[in-house]
Design a protein around this ligand. Structure first.
Ligand SMILES: O=C(CO)COP(=O)(O)O
Length: 265
């Protein structure tokens, strides 16, 4: 089965929460909790995505204690270097051992007017530095009410992968985050998540080929908690979760990473 070849990925997007001292304590506790549970990090990847200012501290902790937790950035510049005040390049992130970069989160699309072309440029910049982009897509409530979630989301996927060849496309992660389910407690049903994640995979096969569609991990995001993650992960085209609020507490996020412990609950 195709699903068994993709390693599930649980990524905790902290957004603008937890300073670098708090980050150290959360990552330490997360690592201990997972180690105590004898977590197999190669079976389910655990990733934290803290604010930029925490990354150096997280790197020092992960390297010093040889933790198996990976970490990502919440954004990345489309540019390599130069007069871009406030931006952080993919090269700078790579130097800090960053493995993932979230691009095109709905909060950035909404608050900073990022469009698909910019998201594609950021994702390409990340890939060029050896960082895996987590490309976020997903519809708002009005689109969902009109029943247009699939075409809307697929248009975002296509736009955010503009100019990618098959080799580049095979390396990305796509996160389907319906905006109406973010931070609202309003979780999409497992069937809702599956519908759009499967459509994304089918479109990847059309745009590229079946090997790209089988390689790309498609995550679901939006009010994921330890109590609902197992039913979402039971869907064949959902390969992990992009978790916001529930990733700020080490024990809760560890329980999400360990979703197989409470499958069926
Ligand atoms: O936006 C999200 C992750 O990127 C989801 O946030 P919540 O899990 O808090 O709904």
């Amino acid at each position: 089965m195709a699903a068994s070849t993709r390693t599930p990925l649980m990524a905790g997007n902290w957004k603008m929460n937890l300073d670098h001292l708090e980050a150290i304590s959360v990552v330490q506790k997360l690592a201990w909790t997972l180690q105590d549970a004898k977590h197999d990090f190669s079976a389910v990847e655990a990733v934290v995505v803290p604010p930029f200012t925490d990354l150096r501290s997280v790197q020092t902790l992960v390297d010093g204690d040889d933790l198996k937790i990976a970490y990502g950035a919440q954004d990345v510049s489309a540019h390599e270097s130069g007069a871009y005040t406030g931006e952080i390049s993919a090269g700078m992130l790579a130097k800090l051992g960053v493995s993932y970069a979230v691009v095109g989160h709905s909060e950035r699309r909404e608050q900073h007017h990022e469009d698909d072309a910019l998201v594609a440029a950021k994702a390409k910049a990340a890939l060029a530095a050896g960082i895996t982009p987590i490309i976020c897509v997903g519809e708002g409530l009005d689109v969902r009410k009109a029943g247009d979630q699939v075409p809307y989301t697929l248009a975002q996927v296509e736009g955010s992968l503009a100019g990618f060849d098959a080799e580049q496309a095979a390396k990305v992660v796509i996160a389907y985050e319906p905006v109406w389910a973010i931070g609202t407690g309003e979780v999409a049903t497992p069937e809702d998540a599956q519908e759009v994640c499967a459509a994304i995979r089918a479109r990847l096969a059309e745009l590229y080929d079946s090997s790209v569609a089988e390689a790309v991990r498609v995550l679901y995001g939006g009010s994921v908690k330890s109590s609902n993650v197992a039913s979402i992960m039971a869907q064949p085209d959902v390969d992990g979760a992009l978790v916001g609020g529930a990733s700020l507490k080490a024990e809760e996020f560890a329980a999400i990473v360990r979703y197989q412990d409470h499958a069926g609950s």
